[in-house]
Each structure stands twice: as C-alpha cells, then as structure tokens.
Design a protein around this ligand. Structure first.
Ligand code: NAD
Length: 390
C-alpha cells in the first residue's frame, strides 16, 4: 500500500503529517511512503532526511496519481479535493463538524475520509492517536510564551539591585489539555497562576500543577458528554461573565482556551471585563475564530491594543508555530491510526474500513460514496432541510 504525505499549503501552516523518524515504522508494516518534495521544509525536516529513513520523494502530481492513502495535517484545499479520486483515502484533521460540506464532497467523489478530530479520546487504546490533545498541548505551551513576550514586565518574582519585581498574575480560562499546558509553562516562567473551568473535574488537575483553582458560585458545573463541557444557557453565561469579570480585573495576563465541541467558542471575557483591566495587561485568546472568540474584541490572527492599553492577541496557528515538535507528535498520532486501519500487514489494497470498531466509528467520516459518520450526516441533513425551507 502506498501512503503519501502532501505539502501543507494553508496560510501559516508549517507542520507536516509524517516526520522521518516515523517512516521506518510504516515501512516495517509493509507500507511504501511517498513524500511531496519540500513537505517537511517548514518544520526543518529536509527531503534528504526522509530518503535516509526509507521514503521516496515525489512530485505532487505523482503522489496523487499513485497513492492509496494521502496523509495531511489540515483539510485539503479545493485543488487537492479535485485531485483525489474514488477509492483513495485521505487522513487528517478535517474538522467535519465545522466543515460538513467537505465530507459531503469527499463522499461524492468516492474518497474515504478519515478525521483524527473524531477520535474517542477517553478510550485508552486510542490515546497514542489523539492528535487533538498533542496539538493542544503544543498550542498551550506556545500561548504562555506568546503572552510572556507581549507582556511588558517580568513573569517571575525578581529581586535585583535595581529593585524587586513582583510576579505576574496570570489566569487561564478553560483548563483542558491546552489550558493545563499553558498553566504548567507559565508556572515554569515564574508567574502566579490560577485557572478556571466549568468542568469541576479540572479543579484537581489545576491544583496538581501548583496553580489556584477559581470556583464561581454560578454556574457550578457544566460537564457534558465524553469529558467535554456543554454549552451554557444564556442565564448561566451572563452569571459566569459577571462573576469572572471581577477576577479578570485583578490579572496581568489572561489566556483563554474554552471550546465546546461543534459550537462557537463561549464568550468569557466581555468588553466591560477588558475595560476593567490595567494598562499593560495582556490577553491571549486561543478560542479566537471567525465566528468570534472567548474575548470581546479579539480578531483572529491579529494583535489589538484597546484604548485602555490592554493587548488582545487573537491567537492562531499556535501549534503550527512550533512546527518540529507539533509535527513529531502528530506523526506518531497519524501513523498509529493508519496502522490500526491497515490491520496486521498493510500490504493489501486500501484501508480496512470497519465502522463497528469503536475507534473507526469515530474517525471515518466518508466511505463507499456515503457520509457514514452519524453526527456529520445529521448536520448535512439539517443543512439540506434549511436550504429547502429558504
Ligand atoms: P476543549 O478544547 O474542548 O475545551 C477546552 C476547555 O474549555 C475544556 O476544559 C472545557 O471544559 C472548557 N470550557 C468550555 N466551555 C467553558 C466555559 N463556558 N467556561 C469555562 N471553561 C469552558 O477541551 P479539551 O482540552 O479537548 O479537553 C476536553 C476533555 O477531554 C477534558 O476533560 C480532558 O481531560 C478530556 N481528555 C481526555 C483524554 C483522555 O482520557 N485520554 C484525552 C484528551 C482529553
């Protein structure tokens, strides 16, 4: 079976789906690995390192013409979708819940689409495949560095002949994988760190990192399915925003990471809360997206300084900006899933798709000309109904 790695071309994307270190593992399982020329350049993996590891370098045309499986980091762009052909498979982070039309197009083209973001993350045998966690971990680390870089003072307590600098007060809102790594990194930089999440289970995790957990009187808990948070009601959201504002006003730095699967990110830092912060404060909004982020006034990919001197960073491409570490982790995740789906040998035809398997049921989005993932199919059906109604 031929497995090919494309050169990513989304703006700001420097990661690559496989790093040279993983190639021998795939070759040992009987897979032939093709790498698009220059695919690893952005992450400092030259073509020569791939050939030394046993892969072949190919042109993009050859790669699409001959590969059974295409490996990507992010979704293929329109040109790539046009190149994919029936019977071929594509594995990557395809975000089918926010982009169900891609799944529909791939299904219509007879392409098998496999998305790492659907992985059942609490299943212990799937943990080595958990790209959402590995990339969130890198992004959380970088968020703390970005915050430290934008902050005009020290993070640690410094006692020098020129005086004493007090440590920065830093609050992380949303303490999932990215938030916990941001806490750990900010603590290592010496900041005085606190964290908050709507899932009560995260209290122990925050405290185990030496940070303080902020408990609000409302909402007390919003734990949803599969370890994720549920969306708050309007009333809960208003109460949360009002109570958080008091805590935010006392911070020098705030990092927000809150997400609810399939929904727009919740607004945690309101305009009033930003206004109450001191000049020189910094907010890094990891939830920043074209739909809106966790912070009022954040613009994806941009740094905005408010009238009262608060720097709001609409963080984007954080994982991609630590490309070698992010690619190495992703490479292990995607190859573990690939090997899981090629069965024991991997020599025969394409992927051995079996949606009765719990892992595959989560990740296989399109197969045999159909959108087979129930949640994605439901979104597409709702869209069709809405279009017919309008
Ligand atoms: P995520 O990216 O979906 O969201 C980030 C955080 O935002 C979450 O902790 C969530 O609770 C929080 N959040 C959502 N709405 C909020 C609001 N209104 N106010 C404050 N916080 C809010 O989360 P994630 O990092 O992908 O992790 C989600 C869960 O999955 C966690 O429970 C994590 O421990 C779990 N997980 C488990 C495993 C495993 O068992 N192997 C692996 C990865 C993640």
């Amino acid at each position: 079976m031929k497995v090919a790695v494309v050169k990513e071309n989304a703006p700001g994307e420097r990661r690559v789906a496989l790093v040279p270190e993983t190639v021998p593992r795939l070759a040992k399982a009987g897979l032939e690995v093709l790498i698009a020329a220059g695919a690893g350049d952005g992450a400092w993996f030259p073509d020569s390192a791939y050939t030394a590891a046993g892969a072949a370098i190919a042109s993009t045309d050859d790669l699409y013409a001959t590969a059974d499986v295409i490996l990507t980091v992010t979704r293929p762009d329109e040109a790539a979708v046009q190149r994919l052909r029936a019977g071929q498979a594509v594995i990557g982070m395809l975000s089918p819940l926010t982009d169900p039309l891609l799944a529909r197009d791939l299904a219509a083209a007879g392409v098998t689409a496999v998305s790492l973001d659907g992985l059942p993350r609490t299943l212990s045998r799937a943990q080595g495949m958990d790209a959402l966690s590995s990339q969130a971990n890198v992004a959380g680390y970088k968020a703390a560095l970005v915050a430290a870089d934008a902050y005009g003072r020290f993070f640690p307590l410094l006692i020098t002949a020129a005086g004493t600098a007090r440590p920065a007060k830093l609050l992380v809102l949303g303490t999932g994988v990215a938030g916990l790594q941001a806490i750990g990194t900010a603590r290592r930089l010496g900041a005085q760190v606190s964290g908050y999440d709507v899932r009560p289970a995260s209290k122990g995790e925050v405290e185990s990192l030496g940070a303080t957990f902020i408990e609000l009187t409302s909402p007390v808990s919003a734990a949803g399915e599969g370890g994720y948070a549920r969306e708050l009601t309007a009333q809960e959201r208003d109460a949360q925003q009002a109570e958080l504002a008091g805590h935010i006003a006392r911070q020098d730095v705030v990092i927000t990471t809150a997400q609810v699967p399939g929904r727009r990110p919740p607004l945690l830092v309101t305009e009033d809360a930003v206004r109450a912060m001191s000049p020189g404060s910094v907010i890094v909004d990891m939830g920043s997206s074209p739909l809106g982020g966790n912070v009022a006034g954040s613009v994806p990919g941009e740094t905005v300084v408010t009238r009262n001197g608060v720097t709001i960073i609409g963080a984007q491409h954080l994982a991609a900006s630590v490309p070698a570490a992010a690619s190495s982790a992703y490479s292990r995740n995607i190859s573990a899933l690939l090997l899981h789906m090629t069965g024991a040998g991997g020599q025969g035809g394409g992927l051995a798709v079996d949606t009765t398997d719990e892992i595959q049921a989560g990740v296989v989005v399109a197969h045999g000309g159909e959108v087979v993932h129930p949640a994605v199919a439901k979104l597409l059906a709702a869209e069709t109904t809405a279009n017919q109604g309008s």
